[in-house]
Design a protein around this ligand. Structure first.
Ligand SMILES: Cc1cc2nc3c(=O)[nH]c(=O)nc-3n(C[C@H](O)[C@H](O)[C@H](O)COP(=O)(O)OP(=O)(O)OC[C@H]3O[C@@H](n4cnc5c(N)ncnc54)[C@H](O)[C@@H]3O)c2cc1C
Length: 463
């Protein structure tokens, strides 16, 4: 049976009317007009047919959904920002607990904390915290959800200074698979807080509390566009720099192609390119001096350096990843950016089947190397850099070639010397193996999940 008909048949058998009546939010069923819109997520590759999508407005709504799923033995996924690259937040034949309408942010400037609803995006959080001259390290794209990003670790421009997003997570309110409502913080359910710091869905998180840090000045952003032939030299220089890079600096070289816009010379449009880009989150004038050697490479054919507000910085990539395009991303924490690894980066970039794809080298220095007391299960802190292989394409017929390119490239980096594990937010397919993702932390994570979700309500969500 096709998954759409199967979802309709299942929905007919379930007493969904009872669930709908209990919700303060709304329920979308396969026969409803808005169903196709409601089942869609950011990645156009994902085409799932849930039995129902419950838009929750409150913790009571979430409790009602978990109870319903338990009573009817339904698979469950939780969706907040809908930007899971692997599409893990929707499932055919299951119940989607959608938290996107639980969007709120409360900043306490005295305590330097923010309580955040699961439906908030980073754009909302950054605007709220910056209005008090504060910030916490979030993702670099305004529309991504706070929930999924934090539960998958989370790296951003402020990570070298303040760690993974999850390192800054003080507490979570969770509706567990048992149907209980608990708060996990360093004094109670400490193991659940540990699991929430990167271990994926440990229940439905209905509130996050973050530490905030002062950031009351502009930050420096630069980029320098180079022909790919310049990449090996530039990457060797980057390797030298990274060994003693200050925590304020986040330099992330990447391979891409030249956009067809006025900012770039017309004779370069569409060519493969290597970009040195970076942020300095300390004093912007100091940042200009700090990043000068990267900016002033003779082969550069385009570039910029600007001081800007943190919220502006956080929106710079907003146009780069449109909804509905086809995406497949995966990452490898690389122990050392050796000459071989540098050569491999260039080979992989040359082989990219789609000009929309990028390979990003993300720095792992500073605070990410210094885990807090309750660090969480994210592996790979001792990597020199993380290589993110990000395929993006439009033609469904090109899917196999793009997926294969990502897998093959990551495999090569693994063979060259990767540290165990991978960043959960960029783990690849829909059902990654917990041992591959969390390495030495996988067993502890499994034990915690089993305790809080003994019947496996969130089994599908588990890496
Ligand atoms: C354009 C783009 C840019 C990105 N940039 C970054 C970046 O800079 N840094 C980074 O680290 N990652 C980045 N990512 C990866 C991103 O962090 C993950 O895709 C993340 O899962 C998205 O979270 P979400 O809430 O939007 O997604 P969703 O699809 O809603 O959820 C993602 C996962 O979290 C679970 N989940 C969601 N809400 C809850 C909840 N309330 N309780 C329990 N489980 C829940 C879902 O079930 C799913 O498994 C980016 C992704 C995209 C698409």
């Amino acid at each position: 049976m096709d998954p759409n008909r199967e979802a309709r048949a299942l929905a007919e058998r379930l007493p969904l009317g009872r669930l709908a009546a209990r919700l303060g939010g709304s329920l979308v069923r396969p026969t409803d007009d808005g169903y196709d819109e409601a089942r869609r997520v950011w990645n156009g590759m994902i085409n799932e047919y849930p039995a129902a999508i419950a838009y929750c407005r409150s913790v009571e709504d979430v409790l009602g959904c978990v109870e319903f799923a338990r009573d009817h033995d339904l698979d469950v996924t939780v969706r907040s920002g809908g930007h899971s690259v692997s599409g893990a937040s929707v499932i055919s034949g299951g119940l989607v607990i959608d938290c996107s309408r639980m969007e709120w942010v409360r900043v306490d400037p005295e305590e330097r904390t923010a309580r955040v609803g699961p439906g908030a995006t980073w754009g909302t959080v950054d605007r709220a915290t910056q209005s008090f001259g504060l910030a916490t390290p979030g993702g670099v794209y305004a529309d991504t959800g706070v929930a999924g990003l934090t539960l998958g670790g989370g790296t951003g421009y402020l990570s070298p200074k303040h760690g993974f997003t999850s390192d800054n997570l003080r507490s979570v309110d969770v509706v567990t698979g048992r149907g209980d409502r608990v708060t996990a913080d360093p004094t109670q359910h400490e193991d659940l807080l540990w699991a929430a710091r990167g271990g994926g869905s440990v229940g439905v998180v209905t509130a996050f509390e973050f530490d905030l840090h002062p950031l009351d000045h502009e930050v420096r952003y630069f980029e320098s566009w180079l022909p790919t032939e310049d990449a090996p030299d530039a990457l060797r220089e980057y390797r030298r720099y990274q060994r003693n890079a200050p925590d304020e600096s986040c330099v992330f070289p990447y391979f891409t192609s030249v956009p067809v816009t006025d900012e770039f010379p017309a004779d370069r449009h569409g060519d493969a390119a290597f970009v040195l880009a970076g942020v300095y989150a300390g004093d912007p004038d100091m940042g200009r001096r700090e990043l000068e050697p990267f900016r002033d490479r003779p082969a550069a054919f385009a570039g910029s350096t600007d001081a800007m507000s943190y919220t502006e910085l956080q929106s710079l990539s907003d146009e780069d990843f449109p909804d509905g395009r086809l995406y497949y991303w995966k990452s490898v924490p690389v122990a050392d950016l050796t000459d071989e690894a540098i050569a491999e980066l260039q080979v992989a970039a040359d082989r990219a089947p789609s000009p929309r794809s990028t390979i990003v080298v993300w720095p792992m220095h500073g605070a990410v190397e210094r885990p807090p007391d309750i660090a969480g299960p994210v592996a790979g802190r001792d990597a020199a850099v993380v290589v993110n292989v990000e395929a993006a394409w439009d033609d469904p017929a090109a899917t196999p070639a793009n997926v294969e390119w990502v897998r093959e490239t990551c495999g090569r980096f693994r063979d060259l010397g990767a540290t165990p594990g991978t960043l959960p937010n960029f783990a690849g397919g829909r059902d990654p193996d917990a041992d591959d993702v969390y390495s030495g932390h996988a067993e502890r994570l499994r034990a915690i999940r089993d305790r809080y979700d003994p019947d496996g309500i969130f089994e599908y969500e588990r890496a």
